[in-house]
Design a protein around this ligand. Sequence first.
Ligand SMILES: C=C(O[C@@H]1C=C(C(=O)O)C=C[C@H]1O)C(=O)O
Length: 411
Amino acid sequence: MQAGQLRYLPWPAVAAGMDAPTRLRHLVAGALRTNRPLALWREPAAAHPRLLVARSLEAAFTGLPPALDAQAPAGFAFFPFRDSDHNPALFLPADVGYDLAEPEAVTVAPAARELVPGLTAWLGLPTPPELAWHYGIQPAPPAATEAEYTALVRRGVAAIEAKEVVKVVSSRAARRPLPPGFDPLAAFAELSEKYPRAFVSLVSVPGLGTWLGASPEVLAEVTADGHFHTMALAGTQPLLPDTRPQDAIWRQKEIEEQALVARYIVSCFKQLRLREYHETGPRTVAAGQLLHLRTDFEVDLQNVPNAASLGTDMLRLLHPTSAVGGMPKTAALDFLRRHEGYDRAYYSGFLGPVNVAAPGIARLFVNLRCLQLRPTEAILYAGTGLTVDSDPAREWQETEMKLQTVGAALQ
Ligand SMILES: C=C(O[C@@H]1C=C(C(=O)O)C=C[C@H]1O)C(=O)O
C-alpha cells in the first residue's frame, strides 16, 4: 500500500473501551453487511492478524496471477485450484485495512475514498449480534466414502503403473456438522493460537463462500530484504507423543514423493534460466500434529537478471505444484479432472497478501488444511500424494489425519 496516500480513520470516542478483537469483529460485521469481500489472515510467527476489505466483488475479479513486484497493486490473492466461472481467480484490492498491531486506526486506500462516510458512520454504531457470513451458491461437493476414496487411490496407482503419470495427488471433501453457536472469528483465533507457524486465514466472498484454513506450505514469497522463497513440502506421518521431528524415519515412498516436488521446483528455475539459488533440506518439519519433509529454496533477487519478474514468473509456473496436482502436471491434472469426482474450488489453490505490509512484500501459501463454511456444516478438504507404492487404506488414514488440522476448529 502506498502509505503516503492512505487515509487513516481513527475510531470514534464510543470505541474507546473496545479492544482490538472487538473492533475487528465490528469491521467484519460491517463488511459482511455491505456485501463486500474480506480476508483476515495471520502470517506464520506474526503476533497479530490483519484484515482487508475490498470495496466490491467486481473490483476483485482477475484472470491473471498476481504480479509479485513492488509496483503492483496491494491486495489479497485468492485463487482456486482450477480457474472457472464457479471459482474465479480473485485479487481483493486492499481498499480498507485493519492491522491489529496498530489498532487505533482503520486505513482507506485512494480507490475507496467513497467508502469513508459510510465507514465513519459504521464505526460509531453498535455491533450486530450475528455476523452474516457469505455462502457459496454452488451446491456442497459430494463427500467421498472410504470405499470411494480407496477406489480413487487404486485408480491413481494404476495410472502410475501404466505410466500415464509419475505422481498424482488425489483428494476428497468431507462434511462435518457445525457445533452449536460456531463463530468463525473465534475459530480463526483458536487456529492462530494452536498453529503459530501456519498461515491462518479466513476469507469470505459474496457468492463464493467463507473459507477457513491453517496452511503449512509457502507457494511463493518475496521478502523485504529482496529474497524469493518457495518450498517442496510432501510426505506425511503423524507426530507421535514424546517424539521429536528430527528423529522421524521416512519410507522410500515419502522420500521419492518429496524429491519429485523438489525436482519440479528446480525445473521451474531452469525454465527461467535461473542458476543461482540455495536449496536447504529436505528436513522434517512439524505442521500441527503432522510431520512433513521439506526442502526450502531461496533466491537472492540482487543476483538475478530478471529480478523484477522472477516472483511473478515462478508463481505462474508453480501453481498448481506437484505437491497438490502431480507430475507431469498436465497429465496429473487431467487424471484428477476425469476421476476425482468433485470440485476442489479454492482447496489447493493459493492465497495471501501482496504488497500489503509494504511494497515488495508478498506471501502466498497453498490453500491446504482448510474448510468451506456452509450454513449448518463445514466442508473439509484433504489430499495425499500417490506413488506406485501407495496403500489405499493408508492414504485414507492420511486424509483423516490432515482433516484434523482444521477440524480442530470445529470442536
Ligand atoms: C494435499 C495436501 O497436502 C500436501 C500433500 C502432502 C503429502 O502428500 O504427503 C503433504 C503436504 C502437502 O504438500 C493436503 O493437506 O490436503
